[in-house]
Structures are given as C-alpha cells and as structure tokens.
Design a protein around this ligand. Sequence first.
Ligand code: MSP
Length: 478
Amino acid sequence: MGKKFYLTTPIFYPNAKLHMGHAYTTVLADALARYHRLRSEETYLLTGSDENTEKVVRAAKDAGVDVKTFLDGIVSNFKSLFSSLGSSYDQFIRTSDEKIHYPGAQALWQKLVEAGDIYKSSYEGLYCVGHESFITEKELVEGKCPDHGTPPEKLKEENYFFRLSRYSGRVKDLIESGQLEITPASRQGEILSLLKEGLADISFSRPASKVTVGIPVPGDDTQRMYVWCDALSNYITAIGYGRDESSFKKYWPADLHVIGKDILRFHAAIWPAMLLSGGIPVPKRILVHGFITSGGKKMSKTLGNVIDPQELIEEYGAEAVRYYLLRHVSPFEDGDLTKESFKEVYNANLANGLGNLISRTLTMAGTLGVKLSYHPSDEEVLAVESEYTKHFENLEVNRALDLIFSRVSELDAYIQETQPFKLIKTDPEKAKKHLEYLLEELAEIAVLLRPFLPNTAESIFKALGEGKNPGALFLRKE
Ligand code: MSP
C-alpha cells in the first residue's frame, strides 16, 4: 500500500444555504485531495454536517417542519452543491448519525473521563443562541451580540467541564516543535500567543432539559454533549474511532484539517488538547484559510452583496468557480469576489486564455492531421514539475495554478512568434513541428490542471486523443 493522505473540511452547519465562503473551503480541500490522488496516495476526503445544534432546531421551526425532514432537505442540498462544485469527497458524515458518530464521540468522552479531565461544576454566563456559546460582557455591542444583533440570555447551569487548562503548555510544545503544523505562519503565531496566555477550562455539556438535540453523556442521562466533543470528534468517528479500529488506525492521524480562520482556536487548541487527554495522536497539519469578501465587505443580506455559488455555477459552470476561488484567492488571506471581478477574470483567463489556446491549437493540428504522439503519465509530468509540487506542499495552491497559467501565456506568445497559422500554407513541415510541441505542452497542462479543473483536464485529454477541436471550452460572456 502506498502512502495515505487523510484530509477534512469542517462540518457545516445545516441551518441555512451554503454561501461562497463554504464553497471556498470545499473547493480548496478538494483541490488538495485531487493533488494527492494524482500522486497515487491513498487519499480520503471527509466532509459533512454539524447537526446537533439548537440553531438547526430553530431553523426547522421557522420553516414549519420537523427537524429530521428539515435536516434531510438541507443535507441533500449540500450534497448537490458539493457535487456540482466537483467535490470528490469520500464520506459525508452527519453528526446526528447514531450508528456512525455516536459510539466514537461517547468513547472519546469516556477516555477524557478516565484521564481525570472531566469534572462537574456550575456555570453562569451570558449565552448567545446564535453562536450557541457563552459570550463575554466585553464582546457585546450596546448589550447585544455584534454578529446576531440579539441580546444574550443569562444562563446558570450544571455542566461537565473539560480541563483544557492542563494542556496549554503541551499543545504549545507540539506546535513549536512542528509536530502539529499550523499554516500559514501568521496563524501559528496567533495561536501560540493565545496558548502562552494559558487556556481556561471549557464547558463540555449542557443539561438535557435545556436542549432538544445532543449526544447523551455516557453514564449521565441528564446531560448532553456540548459542541466540542460532539462536533470536533467527527474527524475520528467518521473513519471508525469507537467502531472500526482497523479503519481508524489506517487513516489517523489526519494529514490535514482545512478550516477557516474563525475556527482556529477550536482546531488548534481545544481539539489537540482533547486528543492528548484521550491518548490519541494529534493531526499533522492545519491549513487556516481567510474569508471571502465581496467588494471588500463581509457578505451580508443587508448589504445585498451575497453571491450564491449556485448562481455562478449556472451561469459560468463549476470549473470557472473553482478557477476563480483557487487562483484569485490566496489560501492564506481574505479574498474578494464580485460579479464584475468574476466576469472579468473569466473572460480574460478562461475564455480568451486557456479556452482560446486549446481551440486554436487543435484547429491547426486538425488541419494538418497532427496528433499527440506520446501521452505523458501523471507521474512523469509531476516528476519534472518541482515548482508545482513545492507550491502544493506549501499549500499555496494559487501559486501552483499561477504556474499553469503563465505557461498558457507563454504558449500564446510562442504561437505569436512562430506563426504556425501562416506556416500551414507556406511550410507545413515546420508548422507540424510547432504543433507537435504545442500538443505536448497541452497534454502536460492537462495533467497539471487535474486538481483544479478536473473536467476541463478530461476534455483536453479527449480532444488530444481524437485530434479534434473540443469546441469552445469556455464561452466568452458579454
Ligand atoms: N460547524 C462549524 C465547524 C465545526 S468543525 C468541527 C462551522 N460551520 S460553518 O458552516 O459555520 O462554517 C464552515 C466553514 O466555512 C468554516 O471553515 C468557516 O471558516 C467557513 N466560512 C464561513 N464563512 C466564510 C467566509 N465568508 N469565507 C470563507 N470561509 C468561511 O463553523
């Protein structure tokens, strides 16, 4: 068996439609998964939905349907968006799945109990229903949660707590020693300074009487697990923790968790601490991406700048959406997308750039009957593309895609210089030589495009094999 590569997206809240930010997490993780498959690694991509939350219960109520019907509907929308985005996920975990998820979440809880890290105490604080978490006085704006615009509720209750305070130092050591790598370095710095301050214990359960959904705490039916042990544990329960030891051992530790910057603390502090407590290896690496904004602002209904990924897919095709997100957004920073910037990039780089190059080359090749004489294998191409692989190893997928598109520009310039379209009549033998070269280059480009634009890559291969113009791959949008 070759090397394995296990990577995950966060599990998404199924209380509303997915937006461009969620599409970004999905497409980014997918490109990385496809790259590792291209390297013949046994790759496993996990995604899913975070279902045991009061947010969902409220959303179902608002929609006037029971929770299960509501969730089934949303999850099927998620899956159809993921497949139209070309996500090649291997598993979609639902945390309400009592067979797949519950046994592992409960087994993990039990481990933390055995380690002496779970204790009961009373908690009093301000609770924001929108966030499903306690919120501090300091965070409030005019007495309201700044994100939800609603006043928090005062809550006092008996909870189980997790002794997170015990682990600040050890998690810090893991990160500093590189055993747990946080990319980019700026996020690593952020989490390290938090860990240096020390972490406080966290509330780990809620009274069953106060919540509608939630995994029962082992041995105490009056309590339900709170988000941490319920949601974060999906990364291990999905692959068999507490259920199928051999599958779990095969894939764990995760090679990469892909997350957005808002959930850094959960993944880089709380999650490793839980794993340490449970005697389970920690993930190897976490990629923390930025946020997608529109016109420099956070997408919001009030500003009217929300862009629905489905709309763009319908108008331009999923490959164009993947292209924009993977090339024009740096995984390490916030990235902007407006309908205007999307169209501009589409026309310039896809319709006039790649699409035009392929169509011109294959038309000329067809006229002269030139065919690709040798199809390079994926391994052969990757073996000589060290810059490309280096960018992937650094998780700078946008730079890997830059490389491909600078080759597209170079080939355009090559056609301009050598003018095979004129040579077809004056010196067909010479024209053939240029076209053979161009076809070989296109075949390499198609291999390199696989993680990014899988369908386009296939269309190029097909066209090269048949020696026919594939037609306009990307139609210009006026
Ligand atoms: N359910 C939690 C995660 C639990 S993981 C054990 C959650 N869900 S979410 O649906 O709100 O977000 C899912 C992912 O989308 C997160 O990685 C989050 O950072 C990302 N994004 C949400 N809004 C975003 C943008 N505007 N831009 C980019 N990514 C954003 O958090």
